[in-house]
Design a protein around this ligand. Structure first.
Ligand code: F3S
Length: 69
């Protein structure tokens, strides 16, 4: 079985660029201030693995952490 990915947005780093939401709306929500949060507990469905990495590499603030569990 392959590892499950989890994403987490570091609130100290996120500046609301919203690229994550544009690239992977299934994985991120924006709050009233425009800052991103992972949806639910951050678990990435297998079919969205690529989008999780894409969002991470496109965040200018390097605010998105992707971990394998
Ligand atoms: Fe924040 Fe980066 Fe998304 S700055 S809104 S986590 S693209």
């Amino acid at each position: 079985m392959s590892d499950t990915l989890k994403i987490h947005v570091d609130q100290d780093k996120c500046q609301g660029h919203a690229r994550c939401k544009a690239l992977a709306p299934e994985l991120f929500d924006l709050d009233d201030y425009g800052n991103a949060h992972e949806k639910g507990d951050g678990t990435v469905p297998a079919e969205l693995t690529e989008k999780a990495w894409l969002a991470r590499s496109n965040c200018p603030e390097v605010a998105i952490e992707v971990s394998e569990s």
